[in-house]
Design a binder for this molecule. Structure first.
Ligand code: FE2
Length: 73
């Protein structure tokens, strides 16, 4: 696997994690229950995106996969 692809995937992963944090901050700051519910749904979608990115990174980066296995993940 070329480094360019893995670097892009890791940057995308950072973006998804940042998005989760930002949605969580807004959920905690906002009082409107309907808005909180919508944002929580979107936040959870971002968590799915994290899982999808980790899955493809694990597939493409053998040394990263070794580390996950070492940690029994
Ligand atoms: Fe996302």
């Amino acid at each position: 696997m070329d480094n360019k692809t893995l670097i892009a995937l890791r940057e995308d992963l950072v973006g998804e994690l940042d998005a989760i944090n930002l949605y969580q901050v807004h959920i905690d700051e906002i009082d409107d229950e309907e808005v909180k519910k919508v944002l929580a749904h979107i936040r959870d979608d971002e968590k799915e995106h994290v899982a999808e990115l980790v899955k493809i990174i694990r597939k493409l980066d053998a040394s990263q996969e070794e580390k996950f296995q070492k940690e029994e993940l």
